[in-house]
Ligand binder design. Sequence first.
Ligand code: CP
Length: 311
Amino acid sequence: MGKKSLVSIDECSKEYILEILDCARRFEQEPNRKLLEGKVVATLFFEPSTRTRLSFETAVNRLGGRVIGFQDASTTSSTKGETLRDTILMVNNYADLIIMRHYLEGAAKYASEILSIPEFSRGVPVINAGDGANQHPSQTLLDIYSIWKTQGKLTDQVVTIVGDLKYGRAVHSLIAGLWHFNPTFHFIAPNELKLPDEQKSFCDEKGIQYYEHTEFTEEIINRSDILYMTRIQRERFTDMEVYERVKNVYVLKLDMLNGSKDNLRILHPLPRVTEIASDVDSSPKAYFIHQAGNGIFIRQAILCKALGINA
Ligand code: CP
């Protein structure tokens, strides 16, 4: 098995996704296996993170590897004007794998392209931990794992996605990741945050059934297997008046679940702000905290796959 970057969910075949799920299941049964002994993993986070960073670091630690990195780019030489290219080339000298979150769309792809030039690179793979509003492939793999665990299957799910569909990188990746499994989507967003044409064209090309709504109704919840809530992301807005208008547009409350299917599960990539009321947490259908926990096993599988290690 060779080394391979994970930059976009678009490049993941159905076979790759199923292999990752199987591998994650093995890690869930036995998370402490010293498969990364002697390996150094670099975490380069140019944007804030709690879950992605800590679950990747937990994954490395449980596998016996070591982590270097920074979580605040203001403490690095990028503040002195060092380019992303030079930063990547330097870290390539130090680490066996790079996990990168960046505010620029395409940053992980750029890094993986630099590191594919043999004169510069030790063959260090890059894992995209979120690039602007573009992609968040490891989040999607843990979302799919969560669907698989809770529904017992991946095919023919009715998935309702609510909130910021314009800037939500987890949403964009999820649509691309689930298309292998014949989903039906309900997209609920205010007009200002509707799903971009690029993702709608993708659905059209792949023959995915989808419906767009601006109202968040119980009637749609009652038809759903998965209710995927998302945060309205203040940091992506250039016009704060628009943000103020839409920030509390949808709030899921416990009584809205009264007529929902028994198998409904509520997912959220987190962090949440106001879009899920705290009374929902007591529902057995609230799965978002477990979902984040699944990130460790999925990321153990992703790390091993990227480094060409049989797990
Ligand atoms: N879901 C997710 O990416 O969370 P963090 O921003 O905390 O990493």
